[in-house]
Design a protein around this ligand. Sequence first.
Ligand SMILES: [Zn+2]
Length: 434
Amino acid sequence: MTVPMGVEEEFHIVDVETRMLVARAREVLDRLPDRGFTTEFLQSVVESNSGVHASLDALRTDLVRSRRALDDAAAPLGLAVVAAGTAPLGRMGAVDVTPQPRYQHMADEYRAVADEQLICGAQFHVDVPDRDTAVRAMCVVSPWLPTLLALSASSPFWLGADTGYASWRTMLWQRWPTSGPVGCFGSAAAYDAAVTGLIRSGVISDVGMVYYDIRPSAHQPTLELRVCDACPRVETVVLLAGLFRALVADACEVVRRSDGCRHHSRQPWLRAMTWRAARSGLDGRLIDPATGQARPAGAVVRSLLARLRPTLEEFGDWETVSGLAEEALGLGDVAQRLRRVAADGGMTSAVDFLVTRTRAHPVATGPRARIDRRGLSARCRQNQAARLAAHRSGALPRRATRATAADRQPFAAGCDPMTATVLRPAPRRRSNGR
Ligand SMILES: [Zn+2]
Protein backbone atom coordinates (compact mmCIF):
# COMPACT_ATOMS: atom_id res chain seq x y z
CA MET A 1 0.00 0.00 0.00
CA THR A 2 1.30 3.48 -0.81
CA VAL A 3 -0.34 6.77 0.08
CA PRO A 4 1.41 9.95 -1.14
CA MET A 5 2.45 12.57 1.38
CA GLY A 6 4.29 15.90 1.50
CA VAL A 7 5.56 18.38 4.09
CA GLU A 8 5.77 22.16 4.33
CA GLU A 9 8.36 23.41 6.79
CA GLU A 10 8.58 26.99 8.10
CA PHE A 11 11.92 28.39 9.28
CA HIS A 12 12.81 31.44 11.36
CA ILE A 13 15.68 33.57 10.08
CA VAL A 14 18.19 34.55 12.74
CA ASP A 15 21.33 36.68 12.68
CA VAL A 16 24.34 34.50 13.51
CA GLU A 17 26.04 37.23 15.57
CA THR A 18 23.11 38.49 17.66
CA ARG A 19 21.02 35.28 17.40
CA MET A 20 17.98 37.56 17.07
CA LEU A 21 15.07 36.97 14.73
CA VAL A 22 15.48 39.25 11.69
CA ALA A 23 13.19 40.28 8.83
CA ARG A 24 15.43 39.18 5.95
CA ALA A 25 13.40 36.47 4.21
CA ARG A 26 13.56 38.27 0.85
CA GLU A 27 17.36 38.20 0.78
CA VAL A 28 17.47 34.49 1.55
CA LEU A 29 14.77 33.67 -1.01
CA ASP A 30 16.59 35.69 -3.68
CA ARG A 31 19.42 33.17 -3.40
CA LEU A 32 17.11 30.15 -3.80
CA PRO A 33 15.15 28.70 -6.73
CA ASP A 34 11.47 29.81 -6.82
CA ARG A 35 10.33 26.22 -6.87
CA GLY A 36 10.12 24.74 -3.39
CA PHE A 37 10.65 27.92 -1.35
CA THR A 38 8.29 30.77 -0.55
CA THR A 39 7.55 33.71 1.74
CA GLU A 40 5.14 33.71 4.66
CA PHE A 41 3.11 36.38 6.44
CA LEU A 42 6.16 37.87 8.19
CA GLN A 43 9.55 38.62 6.69
CA SER A 44 11.30 36.63 9.41
CA VAL A 45 10.04 33.32 7.96
CA VAL A 46 10.80 31.25 4.87
CA GLU A 47 8.88 28.15 3.95
CA SER A 48 10.05 25.08 2.06
CA ASN A 49 7.64 22.73 0.28
CA SER A 50 8.68 19.14 -0.25
CA GLY A 51 7.76 17.11 -3.27
CA VAL A 52 5.11 14.41 -3.03
CA HIS A 53 6.57 11.14 -1.79
CA ALA A 54 5.47 7.57 -1.32
CA SER A 55 8.22 6.61 1.16
CA LEU A 56 9.60 8.13 4.35
CA ASP A 57 13.15 7.65 3.01
CA ALA A 58 12.43 9.73 -0.08
CA LEU A 59 10.74 12.38 2.05
CA ARG A 60 13.73 12.54 4.38
CA THR A 61 16.18 12.94 1.50
CA ASP A 62 14.08 15.78 0.10
CA LEU A 63 13.85 17.56 3.48
CA VAL A 64 17.59 17.31 4.05
CA ARG A 65 18.27 18.70 0.58
CA SER A 66 15.96 21.68 1.23
CA ARG A 67 17.53 22.44 4.61
CA ARG A 68 21.02 22.38 3.13
CA ALA A 69 19.94 24.69 0.30
CA LEU A 70 18.48 27.08 2.88
CA ASP A 71 21.65 26.98 4.95
CA ASP A 72 23.80 27.60 1.86
CA ALA A 73 21.61 30.59 0.96
CA ALA A 74 21.55 32.08 4.46
CA ALA A 75 25.16 31.58 5.59
CA PRO A 76 26.88 34.08 3.23
CA LEU A 77 24.42 36.73 4.49
CA GLY A 78 25.46 36.16 8.10
CA LEU A 79 22.14 34.42 8.70
CA ALA A 80 20.93 30.98 9.72
CA VAL A 81 17.57 29.25 9.70
CA VAL A 82 15.84 27.70 12.69
CA ALA A 83 13.07 25.10 12.54
CA ALA A 84 11.26 25.49 15.88
CA GLY A 85 7.86 26.75 17.00
CA THR A 86 9.44 29.97 18.24
CA ALA A 87 12.92 31.46 17.98
CA PRO A 88 14.29 31.98 21.52
CA LEU A 89 15.41 35.56 20.87
CA GLY A 90 13.35 38.20 19.08
CA ARG A 91 11.83 41.59 19.54
CA MET A 92 8.28 42.79 18.90
CA GLY A 93 8.04 45.39 16.16
CA ALA A 94 11.35 44.38 14.58
CA VAL A 95 9.77 42.20 11.88
CA ASP A 96 7.97 43.49 8.78
CA VAL A 97 4.85 42.06 7.20
CA THR A 98 5.50 40.64 3.72
CA PRO A 99 4.35 43.38 1.31
CA GLN A 100 1.33 41.70 -0.29
CA PRO A 101 -2.24 43.08 -0.07
CA ARG A 102 -3.59 39.95 1.63
CA TYR A 103 -0.91 40.07 4.33
CA GLN A 104 -1.28 43.83 4.81
CA HIS A 105 -5.02 43.33 5.34
CA MET A 106 -4.32 40.64 7.93
CA ALA A 107 -1.94 42.95 9.79
CA ASP A 108 -4.56 45.75 9.81
CA GLU A 109 -7.48 43.53 10.81
CA TYR A 110 -5.95 41.25 13.44
CA ARG A 111 -3.54 43.77 15.00
CA ALA A 112 -1.63 42.34 17.99
CA VAL A 113 -2.56 38.76 17.12
CA ALA A 114 -0.92 39.26 13.72
CA ASP A 115 2.01 41.27 15.10
CA GLU A 116 2.89 38.43 17.44
CA GLN A 117 2.76 35.74 14.76
CA LEU A 118 6.50 35.13 15.15
CA ILE A 119 5.99 31.37 14.99
CA CYS A 120 6.79 28.47 12.68
CA GLY A 121 5.01 25.19 12.12
CA ALA A 122 5.42 22.02 10.11
CA GLN A 123 2.46 21.01 7.97
CA PHE A 124 1.88 17.49 6.71
CA HIS A 125 -0.25 16.53 3.70
CA VAL A 126 -1.62 13.05 3.10
CA ASP A 127 -3.75 11.87 0.17
CA VAL A 128 -7.25 10.57 0.84
CA PRO A 129 -9.71 8.97 -1.60
CA ASP A 130 -12.00 12.04 -1.90
CA ARG A 131 -12.94 15.25 -0.04
CA ASP A 132 -15.97 13.71 1.68
CA THR A 133 -13.66 11.10 3.19
CA ALA A 134 -11.16 13.84 4.09
CA VAL A 135 -13.76 15.80 6.07
CA ARG A 136 -15.05 12.75 7.90
CA ALA A 137 -11.58 11.29 8.53
CA MET A 138 -10.34 14.49 10.16
CA CYS A 139 -12.91 13.96 12.89
CA VAL A 140 -11.64 10.45 13.53
CA VAL A 141 -7.99 11.51 13.86
CA SER A 142 -8.62 14.71 15.87
CA PRO A 143 -8.24 13.17 19.36
CA TRP A 144 -4.70 12.00 18.46
CA LEU A 145 -3.45 15.35 17.21
CA PRO A 146 -2.38 16.59 20.67
CA THR A 147 -0.06 13.57 20.87
CA LEU A 148 1.55 14.62 17.58
CA LEU A 149 1.83 18.16 18.94
CA ALA A 150 3.62 16.86 22.04
CA LEU A 151 6.17 15.02 19.88
CA SER A 152 6.89 18.27 18.01
CA ALA A 153 6.94 20.67 20.98
CA SER A 154 9.87 23.03 20.42
CA SER A 155 8.79 26.48 21.57
CA PRO A 156 9.35 27.04 25.29
CA PHE A 157 10.97 30.46 24.81
CA TRP A 158 9.28 33.64 23.65
CA LEU A 159 11.09 36.98 23.18
CA GLY A 160 13.92 35.85 25.43
CA ALA A 161 11.82 34.46 28.30
CA ASP A 162 10.77 30.96 29.39
CA THR A 163 6.98 30.67 29.03
CA GLY A 164 6.74 27.49 31.10
CA TYR A 165 5.09 25.83 28.07
CA ALA A 166 6.53 23.17 25.76
CA SER A 167 4.74 24.72 22.78
CA TRP A 168 4.08 28.42 23.28
CA ARG A 169 3.45 28.61 19.53
CA THR A 170 0.23 26.67 20.15
CA MET A 171 -0.99 29.27 22.64
CA LEU A 172 -0.21 32.08 20.21
CA TRP A 173 -1.99 30.28 17.35
CA GLN A 174 -5.14 29.67 19.35
CA ARG A 175 -5.99 33.37 19.45
CA TRP A 176 -6.98 33.47 15.77
CA PRO A 177 -10.73 33.33 15.06
CA THR A 178 -10.53 30.06 13.11
CA SER A 179 -7.82 28.05 14.84
CA GLY A 180 -7.78 25.08 17.20
CA PRO A 181 -9.65 21.77 16.93
CA VAL A 182 -11.96 21.42 13.95
CA GLY A 183 -15.68 20.66 14.30
CA CYS A 184 -17.60 17.59 13.19
CA PHE A 185 -18.93 17.63 9.63
CA GLY A 186 -20.74 14.85 7.79
CA SER A 187 -19.60 15.79 4.30
CA ALA A 188 -17.35 18.08 2.28
CA ALA A 189 -20.44 20.13 1.35
CA ALA A 190 -21.29 20.74 5.02
CA TYR A 191 -17.72 21.73 5.81
CA ASP A 192 -17.49 24.02 2.76
CA ALA A 193 -20.80 25.68 3.69
CA ALA A 194 -19.46 26.42 7.17
CA VAL A 195 -16.27 27.95 5.74
CA THR A 196 -18.28 30.00 3.24
CA GLY A 197 -20.35 31.31 6.14
CA LEU A 198 -17.22 32.35 8.02
CA ILE A 199 -15.90 34.20 4.98
CA ARG A 200 -19.29 35.88 4.41
CA SER A 201 -19.32 37.03 8.03
CA GLY A 202 -16.12 38.94 7.35
CA VAL A 203 -14.29 37.34 10.29
CA ILE A 204 -11.87 35.74 7.83
CA SER A 205 -11.13 36.91 4.30
CA ASP A 206 -10.52 33.65 2.45
CA VAL A 207 -10.28 29.88 2.78
CA GLY A 208 -6.52 30.16 3.40
CA MET A 209 -7.38 31.69 6.78
CA VAL A 210 -8.93 28.47 8.04
CA TYR A 211 -6.24 27.63 10.58
CA TYR A 212 -7.74 24.58 12.28
CA ASP A 213 -5.35 21.94 13.62
CA ILE A 214 -6.32 19.80 10.65
CA ARG A 215 -8.12 20.78 7.46
CA PRO A 216 -9.03 19.35 4.08
CA SER A 217 -7.41 21.00 1.08
CA ALA A 218 -9.83 23.34 -0.67
CA HIS A 219 -9.03 21.78 -4.04
CA GLN A 220 -7.30 18.42 -3.59
CA PRO A 221 -8.38 15.20 -1.90
CA THR A 222 -5.79 15.64 0.87
CA LEU A 223 -5.77 16.23 4.60
CA GLU A 224 -3.37 18.75 6.09
CA LEU A 225 -2.05 18.49 9.65
CA ARG A 226 -1.27 21.94 11.06
CA VAL A 227 -1.00 21.42 14.81
CA CYS A 228 2.75 20.71 15.03
CA ASP A 229 5.58 23.07 15.91
CA ALA A 230 8.37 23.25 13.35
CA CYS A 231 10.95 20.60 14.32
CA PRO A 232 14.70 21.16 14.47
CA ARG A 233 15.54 17.54 13.67
CA VAL A 234 14.54 16.09 10.32
CA GLU A 235 14.00 12.76 12.09
CA THR A 236 11.09 14.25 14.06
CA VAL A 237 9.48 15.45 10.84
CA VAL A 238 9.84 11.97 9.34
CA LEU A 239 8.36 10.43 12.51
CA LEU A 240 5.36 12.76 12.41
CA ALA A 241 4.82 12.21 8.68
CA GLY A 242 4.80 8.44 9.23
CA LEU A 243 2.40 8.65 12.16
CA PHE A 244 0.05 11.08 10.43
CA ARG A 245 -0.07 9.04 7.23
CA ALA A 246 -0.95 5.89 9.18
CA LEU A 247 -3.54 7.76 11.29
CA VAL A 248 -5.22 9.11 8.15
CA ALA A 249 -5.15 5.75 6.36
CA ASP A 250 -6.70 4.08 9.41
CA ALA A 251 -9.30 6.83 9.70
CA CYS A 252 -10.27 6.45 6.04
CA GLU A 253 -10.92 2.78 6.71
CA VAL A 254 -13.03 3.66 9.77
CA VAL A 255 -15.00 6.14 7.65
CA ARG A 256 -15.53 3.55 4.92
CA ARG A 257 -17.07 1.14 7.45
CA SER A 258 -19.00 3.78 9.37
CA ASP A 259 -22.36 5.38 8.83
CA GLY A 260 -21.43 8.73 10.29
CA CYS A 261 -20.27 10.40 13.46
CA ARG A 262 -21.74 12.88 15.91
CA HIS A 263 -19.18 14.77 17.98
CA HIS A 264 -21.05 17.96 18.67
CA SER A 265 -20.01 18.27 22.30
CA ARG A 266 -16.40 17.15 21.95
CA GLN A 267 -14.74 20.53 21.26
CA PRO A 268 -14.03 21.41 24.93
CA TRP A 269 -12.24 18.08 25.34
CA LEU A 270 -10.12 18.56 22.25
CA ARG A 271 -9.17 22.04 23.42
CA ALA A 272 -8.25 20.75 26.85
CA MET A 273 -6.18 17.91 25.38
CA THR A 274 -4.36 20.38 23.12
CA TRP A 275 -3.64 22.69 26.06
CA ARG A 276 -2.27 19.72 28.03
CA ALA A 277 0.10 18.80 25.16
CA ALA A 278 1.20 22.41 24.65
CA ARG A 279 1.87 22.87 28.34
CA SER A 280 4.09 19.88 29.03
CA GLY A 281 4.87 18.15 25.71
CA LEU A 282 6.52 14.78 26.34
CA ASP A 283 7.62 15.85 29.81
CA GLY A 284 4.36 15.29 31.68
CA ARG A 285 1.02 13.70 31.04
CA LEU A 286 -1.18 13.65 27.96
CA ILE A 287 -4.87 12.85 27.79
CA ASP A 288 -5.28 9.34 26.38
CA PRO A 289 -7.90 9.55 23.62
CA ALA A 290 -8.97 5.99 24.30
CA THR A 291 -9.97 6.66 27.92
CA GLY A 292 -10.04 10.42 28.48
CA GLN A 293 -7.61 9.85 31.38
CA ALA A 294 -4.28 11.59 31.93
CA ARG A 295 -1.35 9.19 31.45
CA PRO A 296 2.42 9.65 31.11
CA ALA A 297 3.16 11.03 27.64
CA GLY A 298 5.32 8.03 26.75
CA ALA A 299 2.45 5.64 27.47
CA VAL A 300 0.10 7.63 25.21
CA VAL A 301 2.67 7.73 22.40
CA ARG A 302 3.16 3.96 22.70
CA SER A 303 -0.60 3.49 22.76
CA LEU A 304 -0.78 5.38 19.45
CA LEU A 305 2.04 3.24 18.02
CA ALA A 306 0.28 0.05 19.09
CA ARG A 307 -2.96 1.17 17.44
CA LEU A 308 -1.20 2.06 14.21
CA ARG A 309 1.15 -0.90 14.04
CA PRO A 310 -0.79 -2.96 11.45
CA THR A 311 -1.06 0.06 9.15
CA LEU A 312 2.57 1.07 9.68
CA GLU A 313 3.60 -2.49 8.82
CA GLU A 314 1.51 -2.37 5.66
CA PHE A 315 3.38 0.79 4.62
CA GLY A 316 6.71 -0.77 5.55
CA ASP A 317 7.15 2.06 8.08
CA TRP A 318 6.95 0.17 11.38
CA GLU A 319 10.70 -0.19 12.01
CA THR A 320 11.40 3.43 11.11
CA VAL A 321 8.48 4.99 12.96
CA SER A 322 8.67 2.87 16.11
CA GLY A 323 12.45 3.39 16.25
CA LEU A 324 12.14 7.15 15.84
CA ALA A 325 9.34 7.29 18.42
CA GLU A 326 11.44 5.44 21.00
CA GLU A 327 14.37 7.72 20.21
CA ALA A 328 12.11 10.77 20.67
CA LEU A 329 10.89 9.47 24.03
CA GLY A 330 14.45 8.75 25.12
CA LEU A 331 15.72 12.19 24.15
CA GLY A 332 12.69 14.07 25.45
CA ASP A 333 11.00 16.86 23.51
CA VAL A 334 13.00 19.76 22.13
CA ALA A 335 11.51 22.13 24.71
CA GLN A 336 13.10 20.16 27.58
CA ARG A 337 16.42 19.89 25.77
CA LEU A 338 16.42 23.60 24.94
CA ARG A 339 15.87 24.47 28.60
CA ARG A 340 18.87 22.35 29.59
CA VAL A 341 21.03 23.96 26.91
CA ALA A 342 19.91 27.44 28.00
CA ALA A 343 20.58 26.60 31.66
CA ASP A 344 24.14 25.63 30.73
CA GLY A 345 24.98 28.29 28.19
CA GLY A 346 22.27 30.94 28.14
CA MET A 347 19.68 31.81 25.54
CA THR A 348 22.26 32.26 22.79
CA SER A 349 23.29 28.63 23.25
CA ALA A 350 19.66 27.65 22.80
CA VAL A 351 19.65 29.42 19.42
CA ASP A 352 22.93 27.69 18.49
CA PHE A 353 21.42 24.33 19.41
CA LEU A 354 18.46 24.93 17.12
CA VAL A 355 20.60 26.21 14.24
CA THR A 356 22.85 23.16 14.39
CA ARG A 357 19.97 20.69 14.53
CA THR A 358 18.13 22.43 11.72
CA ARG A 359 21.11 22.28 9.33
CA ALA A 360 20.87 18.51 8.99
CA HIS A 361 24.64 18.46 8.31
CA PRO A 362 27.02 16.20 10.13
CA VAL A 363 28.54 18.55 12.73
CA ALA A 364 32.31 18.87 13.09
CA THR A 365 33.75 19.06 16.61
CA GLY A 366 35.82 21.86 18.15
CA PRO A 367 35.20 24.64 20.65
CA ARG A 368 33.28 27.59 19.27
CA ALA A 369 31.93 30.48 21.32
CA ARG A 370 29.35 31.54 18.76
CA ILE A 371 27.34 30.11 15.90
CA ASP A 372 29.31 29.45 12.81
CA ARG A 373 29.26 26.64 10.31
CA ARG A 374 30.45 24.25 13.01
CA GLY A 375 27.44 25.02 15.19
CA LEU A 376 26.94 24.05 18.84
CA SER A 377 29.67 24.93 21.34
CA ALA A 378 31.93 22.13 22.57
CA ARG A 379 30.66 22.53 26.13
CA CYS A 380 27.06 21.99 25.10
CA ARG A 381 28.04 18.96 23.07
CA GLN A 382 29.94 17.50 26.03
CA ASN A 383 27.01 18.09 28.36
CA GLN A 384 24.66 16.48 25.88
CA ALA A 385 26.95 13.49 25.34
CA ALA A 386 27.22 13.00 29.12
CA ARG A 387 23.44 13.11 29.51
CA LEU A 388 22.88 10.70 26.68
CA ALA A 389 25.48 8.29 28.12
CA ALA A 390 23.86 8.53 31.56
CA HIS A 391 20.48 7.97 30.00
CA ARG A 392 21.65 4.88 28.13
CA SER A 393 23.29 3.45 31.25
CA GLY A 394 20.06 3.92 33.21
CA ALA A 395 21.44 6.61 35.52
CA LEU A 396 18.65 8.94 34.39
CA PRO A 397 15.07 7.71 34.58
CA ARG A 398 13.25 7.11 31.33
CA ARG A 399 10.39 9.52 31.00
CA ALA A 400 7.86 7.03 29.85
CA THR A 401 6.31 3.78 30.92
CA ARG A 402 5.87 0.62 28.90
CA ALA A 403 2.79 -0.01 26.79
CA THR A 404 0.13 -2.12 28.45
CA ALA A 405 -1.95 -4.86 26.87
CA ALA A 406 -4.83 -2.39 26.53
CA ASP A 407 -2.62 -0.22 24.31
CA ARG A 408 -2.33 -2.97 21.78
CA GLN A 409 -6.04 -3.19 21.06
CA PRO A 410 -6.96 -2.14 17.53
CA PHE A 411 -9.49 0.61 16.85
CA ALA A 412 -12.44 -0.44 18.93
CA ALA A 413 -15.53 -1.74 17.19
CA GLY A 414 -18.78 -0.06 18.11
CA CYS A 415 -18.51 3.36 19.68
CA ASP A 416 -15.09 4.49 20.88
CA PRO A 417 -15.48 6.81 23.90
CA MET A 418 -13.31 9.48 22.35
CA THR A 419 -13.52 8.93 18.61
CA ALA A 420 -17.30 8.30 18.91
CA THR A 421 -17.46 7.04 15.36
CA VAL A 422 -20.42 4.77 14.86
CA LEU A 423 -19.45 1.61 13.03
CA ARG A 424 -21.88 -0.69 11.31
CA PRO A 425 -23.54 -2.79 12.59
CA ALA A 426 -23.40 -1.18 16.03
CA PRO A 427 -26.62 0.62 16.95
CA ARG A 428 -26.63 4.39 16.65
CA ARG A 429 -25.70 6.11 19.89
CA ARG A 430 -25.22 9.66 20.91
CA SER A 431 -21.75 10.93 21.72
CA ASN A 432 -21.03 10.69 25.42
CA GLY A 433 -19.82 14.25 25.51
CA ARG A 434 -16.14 13.66 24.97
ZN1 LIG B 1 -17.33 13.70 13.80
